[in-house]
Structures are given as structure tokens and as C-alpha cells.
Design a protein around this ligand. Sequence first.
Ligand SMILES: C[S@@+](CC[C@H](N)C(=O)[O-])C[C@H]1O[C@@H](n2cnc3c(N)ncnc32)[C@H](O)[C@@H]1O
Length: 346
Amino acid sequence: MTVHPTVSDPANEVPPPVRMYEMLYSSLVSQLILAVAELGVADAVGDETRHVDDIAARTGTHPGALYRGLRALASVGVFTEVEPETFALTPLAATLRSDVPGSMRDLARYVGLPERQRSFGALAHSLRTGRPAFDDLHGSDWWTYIAAHPERAEQFNRAMASMSVMVNSSVLDVYDLSDARHVVDVGGGHGQLVGALLQRYPRLTAVVHDLPRVVPEARAVLTGLGVADRAECVGGDFLESVPEGGDVYVLCWTLHDWDDEDAVTILRNVRRALGDSGRLIVVDEVLPEGDTPHFGKFEDIVMLSLLTGQVRTEAQFVELFEKAGFRHQETLPTRSPTSLVVAVPA
Ligand SMILES: C[S@@+](CC[C@H](N)C(=O)[O-])C[C@H]1O[C@@H](n2cnc3c(N)ncnc32)[C@H](O)[C@@H]1O
């Protein structure tokens, strides 16, 4: 039997069965984070150092059980036990507060939705068939399901807004758009990226294009950010067409939701709207080849279990661009897991 050494050092330091034992239970880190996010534990701790009895009273939880959960999370840097049975937030735990910029609590609650968790639990189905476990379990695809369940759709869009806040500043930092005139964010969700762009570039105007049901939510976000006078929110279906008139089109965390055929359709619609000048900026994870670790390799498994999409390599983006009438110009990594993949008309 040939056994190949792995790239990760820890696996070489502990015996493989021990390492495997730990990996088999590693999803409990995520499960515990989802549970404390659901229960509002980080909000209850706030800026204080609190005894677990106090936190339990504020969250309606069992003190002994909550202690065990917080002790386990503190061992991986989420919360810290500053004195026996007394906890404070760490920077990681603070992201689970509801009231902080860049809060990840909405995302945590969304990741914890039973429909998603069941799909992850049925990954063997996806590996066997290449099809989303979600569809098999729920009898419909994700987009049809959330269209029929408005509360899930709202949770989805709020979670996406958490994610876009996570990437926005790193995107803005690596790419200068001071010469841009009119940006169209295709599948722009709640408009956080457009909001950040309009705040940074005072002469810029923009369109957020998304499904009609998302438009009122995007409008409210842009109004809250104080940029609604330079932003239009347009409802539509990007598989049919996208608004014309932009010199910069953005597809942020959107192409990876779709298989190659649909991705090319979206890109062709952008190409048609863009005309022969201007550029397209795809913000997405770009997978390194081989064993190189990258978070996108697990985001790809989220796509595999829930949707027909996939996270792609640069070569795969280049191929999609060519089929849709674009030429790849450059790929710029950011501090977040996403890169900017820039294309121009071929
Ligand atoms: C993964 S989210 C990304 C949202 C946003 N770009 C961001 O970075 O937060 C994908 C977006 O595509 C939108 N979407 C899905 N199907 C669509 C369609 N057929 N036409 C237009 N938008 C669509 C969703 O409503 C959602 O806002």
C-alpha cells in the first residue's frame, strides 16, 4: 500500500488515527458556534467579563452545559475563560455580536438552518450522483425553495450581506475604480458592495441588479448608507438580461452559484450590456491547483451539496470568459478568501 505524506504538518506530528479522530469531530467547532450564535451568547457577554451563571441567566441556558460549551470554544480562540467560570469575548467571539460592524451572526444563523445542515449531512448523495443533496431532500432546487419560503429568502440575503461586508474593504483596497463612471452590480444582493463603492467614489453612480423580491431590501440598505440618490435598484433575471449602460460590471460571489452553462449565459448577458468597452470584475474564490489549502475548496463543497454551482480555478474562469466573448486581464488576490478576476471584451 502506498501512503502519500500530506501537506499539513500537524498530520505528521500526531499519529494519523489520532489526527483522524480529531478531524471526525471537528464539525463540532462549527456546531457549537452555530448554537451560541442562535442563543445570542456573544451579545449577552458584550464588552464585559461575565460569570457563566450571569450569561446563562441572560440567554435562558443551562449554566453547567453553557460552561462546557464555552470552555470548548475558548480552547479554539472563540471566547476566553479569564477567571474560573468567567468569560469574555475574543476578537473571534466578537464577530458573533449582532451590534458590531461586520457581524457574522446572521451568517452563522443561516449556516445553521436545518435545511442546510441536513444537506451537509447527506453529502454522500452528492458525491455519488454529482447532484445537490438539497434537491433530493427537499424536492426542489434551492432558488425555487427560497422563493416559496420568504423568511428563508430574507435570512439568505441577510447572510449574504454579512459575507459581502467581510469582503468589501479588501476588494476596495486592491482595485482602483476612480476612473469608473457607472457600475452595475449583477446579483448585487442587498447592495453593500455598491454602497461601499459609492461612499468611496463620490462621482460614481450605480445599479444593484437582483431578483425583484430583493430590490426593496437593497433600496433600504442603500438609503441607510446615505447613497440612494446615486443608486438605482433594478429587479430582473440575470439569466435573461442585465441592465445596460455600465462601464464596469461586477459579479460578486455569484458565478460560483451556477454551473458552467448558466454561468456562460450570465456572462454573455453582461457582455451584451457592456458593449465593446468597459470591464467586468468577478469577485469570487479562485482555487489553487493541487493540495494547496484554500477556504474555497470547502465553499465548493457547500455548492456541491446545495446548488449546481462550483468554485473555480483561474483556468476555468478563463475558459468561461472565452465562451462569453471576454478576455481575462488579471487576477488580484485580496485579504479575504476572494480574488478579483478582471476581464475585458475580447
Ligand atoms: C450568493 S448571493 C451574492 C450577493 C451579493 N453579490 C453579495 O456579494 O453579497 C447571489 C445573489 O444572486 C441573486 N440571484 C439569484 N438568482 C438570480 C437571478 N436569476 N437573477 C438575478 N439575481 C439572482 C440572489 O438573490 C443573490 O442576491
